[in-house]
Design a protein around this ligand. Structure first.
Ligand SMILES: Cc1cc2nc3c(=O)[nH]c(=O)nc-3n(C[C@H](O)[C@H](O)[C@H](O)COP(=O)(O)OP(=O)(O)OC[C@H]3O[C@@H](n4cnc5c(N)ncnc54)[C@H](O)[C@@H]3O)c2cc1C
Length: 337
C-alpha cells in the first residue's frame, strides 16, 4: 500500500451535491479543499442512483436531469481546483494536538486539514455484497463487483449473479469473450431494460449463456483467492455446482455508514446532529451538511444541502484564518478565479 500524504484547508467527505457546492462556497472564501468519495464518479446519489431522472425543485432550473446537475456542480467547483480522491473510503478521522485533523482513507491516503466537512449522505456507497462465507478472501482476485477491463475475463468461465441492468448488460458484453457464462438469478424474471433481456434470452437460446434460474448464490469453492466453483441453491434447497474462474455479483450499490460511526462524531438514528447556525457537530472543527446532517425541522432536499454548505463554509473560515476578519462579498462583485 503506497501511503500518500497531503495538507489542505478543508477536507470534504462526500462528492454529492452538498459536498460539491461546499467546494464552491469554501473557494469563494479562498479556502482550498480536498474531496474524498468512495464512488468512482462525482455526484453522490445524483450520479449513482438516478442520473437520468428529472429534478424539478432546484432553484433556477424548472427541470434538470440529476446527472446534468452533478456535472454543473462539478463545473461550478472547478475554478477552485479541488483535489478529488475518488474510489477511496474515509476510514479514520483524528483530531491532532494542534487542533488540526488527519483524515485517512482505507487505501492509506492521509490529508491533514484545518477543518472537516462531512457531506456523506446516507453513507459511503459500495457494492451490495452477497452473504457468502469467506467471500472476502476472493474479492479482487476472482470475485469482482465491477468490470474494470473486459480483457481480464477473456477465455474465463464466469458466473454473473443479479437481475438488473448491470448484470444483464455485462452478460451481453462478455458473452463473446468468455469461455462460458452462467447467469444466476433468484427469479426467472429480470428488472433490466426489456430489449437487453430479449438479447439475453437470444444468447441463452444460442447456447452462449446458461441461465441458472431461479437460483441464488450459496457458496464458494476454491483456495487462496482462486475460485474453482460456485455453488447455487434454489428455494427448495436443490443445489448445483458451477465450475468457474470468476464470480461477478452485480446486486447494485448500497450506502453504509461504516467507519463514520467510530470517528467520535455523535450519530443519532443514522444522522449527525449539528447546530443549524454553523453546521458544526459535537467536535469543534468538524461540520456536517446535506442528508447526513440533522437539526429540528430538517428537510432532506438538495437545496437545503446547498444552503448548509454556505453556512458551513462561513463557520469554517475562522479555523483556517485565525484572527482574520471575514468580509462578506457577493459573487457578482467578487467573480470566480
Ligand atoms: C430517486 C431519488 C430521487 C430524488 N429526487 C430528489 C428531488 O427531486 N429533489 C431533491 O432535492 N432531492 C431528491 N433526492 C434526494 C437527493 O438526491 C439527496 O438529498 C442528495 O443527494 C443529498 O446530497 P448529499 O451531498 O448530502 O449526499 P449524497 O448525494 O448521498 O452523497 C454523499 C456521498 O458521500 C460519499 N461517502 C459517504 N461516506 C463516505 C466515506 N466514509 N468515505 C468516502 N465517501 C463517502 C458517498 O459515496 C456519496 O457519494 C432524490 C433521491 C433519490 C434516491
Amino acid at each position: 500500500m503506497s501511503a500518500k500524504r497531503y495538507a489542505t484547508d478543508v477536507v470534504i467527505i462526500g462528492a454529492g451535491p452538498a459536498g460539491l457546492f461546499a467546494v464552491f462556497e469554501c473557494g469563494m472564501l479562498k479556502m482550498k479543499c480536498h474531496v474524498i468519495d468512495s464512488l468512482e464518479e462525482i455526484g453522490g446519489q445524483l450520479a449513482a442512483l438516478y442520473p437520468e431522472k428529472p429534478i424539478y425543485d432546484i432553484p433556477g432550473y424548472p427541470v434538470i436531469m440529476a446527472g446534468e446537475l452533478a456535472r454543473q456542480l462539478e463545473a461550478q467547483a472547478k475554478p477552485f481546483a479541488p483535489v478529488y480522491h475518488l474510489r477511496q473510503q474515509v476510514a479514520k478521522l483524528a483530531k491532532l494536538d494542534d487542533g488540526r485533523f488527519d483524515v485517512e482513507t482505507a487505501d492509506g491516503t492521509a490529508v491533514n486539514c484545518a477543518a472537516v466537512i462531512i457531506a456523506a449522505g446516507a453513507g459511503a456507497f459500495g457494492p451490495n455484497r452477497p452473504p457468502l462465507e469467506g467471500v472476502e478472501a476472493y474479492e479482487g482476485k476472482s470475485v469482482f463487483y465491477m468490470v474494470k477491463r473486459r480483457a481480464d475475463f477473456e477465455g474465463k468461465r464466469i458466473v454473473i449473479a443479479g437481475g438488473g441492468d448491470s448484470a444483464v448488460d455485462w452478460a451481453l458484453s462478455l458473452a463473446g469473450l468468455a469461455q462460458k457464462i452462467y447467469f444466476v438469478h433468484r427469479r426467472d424474471r429480470f428488472r433490466a431494460a426489456p430489449e437487453s433481456v430479449e438479447k439475453l434470452h437470444a444468447l441463452a437460446a444460442a447456447g452462449k449463456v446458461e441461465l441458472v434460474v431461479p437460483y441464488q448464490l450459496h457458496g464458494l469453492e476454491g483456495a487462496g483467492g482462486v475460485l474453482k466453483a460456485v455453488e447455487v441453491a434454489d428455494l427448495d434447497g436443490n443445489r448445483k455446482r458451477l465450475e468457474a474462474d470468476a464470480l461477478l455479483p452485480l446486486f447494485g450499490i448500497v450506502p453504509q455508514l461504516g467507519a463514520l460511526a467510530n470517528w467520535g462524531v455523535t450519530i443519532e438514528h443514522h444522522h449527525i446532529p449539528v447546530s443549524p447556525a454553523t453546521q458544526q457537530t459535537n467536535i469543534e472543527g468538524v461540520f456536517a451538511i446535506g442528508d447526513i446532517a440533522t437539526y429540528p425541522n430538517k428537510l432532506k432536499l438538495i437545496l437545503n444541502g446547498f444552503a448548509e454548505a454556505a453556512m458551513a463554509a462561513h463557520a469554517v473560515y475562522p479555523r483556517v484564518n485565525p484572527g482574520k476578519e471575514l468580509h462578506f462579498v457577493y459573487s457578482t462583485t467578487q467573480g470566480v478565479p
